[in-house]
Design a protein around this ligand. Structure first.
Ligand code: MN
Length: 228
């Protein structure tokens, strides 16, 4: 490779449970409204229309356990999601083949500046300033599918300061993990290092500095994230 004109940006890597190897991140895709009860609470029809996606940036993923309250907002919401990490990819991946591309799974949060997202929605503009800000995706350690399998049911729950705010079951996803991978691969070339945030159950709401979020996906993991 020829000499770089500036210092190379740091590659984003995430820890893997039970290993000193790290998972390198390429892209981050997030699905919208993938649990019917959440679609309803956001004012939408929960019928199975085509899924839609937006993206966060690789360096928005943050495994520190802290979520710094971001600037330019007064209404930051939690969205607990299961993250799916790919070890390979391609285009036009059949649903039946999709899970063969999954490396593992982790807990994550799609933190959202809801006030800014709402303004962008109203204006018909992209969502980046509501979604893709610094450290907007706290993420836990990755559990390889070779160890835990492919979770498709089990309680997903988020508590704030000990109170249950979000609860659901992975089996309530409108678009299942293999369907999401297959759908995305019709539009994008998927590849090793890609991360998919698989949507949030109902009960999204605001957090404030000093709040403690406890995340749980049964059979996967639990973790704590502090709003600082
Ligand atoms: Mn989300």
């Amino acid at each position: 490779m020829s000499k770089l004109a500036i210092e190379a940006p740091k590659m984003v890597t995430l820890p893997v449970a039970g290993s000193d190897a790290e998972f390198p991140v390429r892209r981050v895709y997030c699905i919208g409204r993938n649990y019917a009860a959440h679609a309803i609470e956001m004012g939408h029809d929960p019928d199975r229309e085509a899924p839609f996606f937006f993206q966060k940036n690789p360096d928005n993923l943050d495994g520190s356990g802290d979520f710094p309250y971001p600037p330019k907002t007064a209404d930051v919401h939690h969205e607990i999601e299961m993250a799916v990490m790919l070890k390979s990819g391609g285009v036009n991946i059949p649903v039946a083949d999709a899970l063969n591309h999954v490396y593992g799974y982790a807990l994550s949060l799609d933190m959202t500046r809801r006030d800014l997202q709402g303004e962008q929605k109203k204006a018909g503009r992209p969502w980046e300033i509501g979604k893709a800000f610094e450290r907007s995706a706290p993420v836990g350690v990755i559990h390889p599918a070779s160890e835990i399998g492919h979770p498709d049911s089990g309680r997903i729950e988020l508590k704030v300061n000990g109170d249950v705010k979000q609860e659901g079951d992975l089996n309530q996803m409108i678009w299942k993990v293999p369907e999401m991978i297959s759908y995305l691969s019709d539009y994008f070339e998927m590849a090793a290092g890609d991360v998919i945030l698989s949507g949030t159950p109902s009960g999204v709401g605001p957090v404030n500095k000093g709040d403690v979020m406890e995340l749980l996906v049964e059979g996967l993991d639990q973790m704590t994230v502090n709003v600082v």
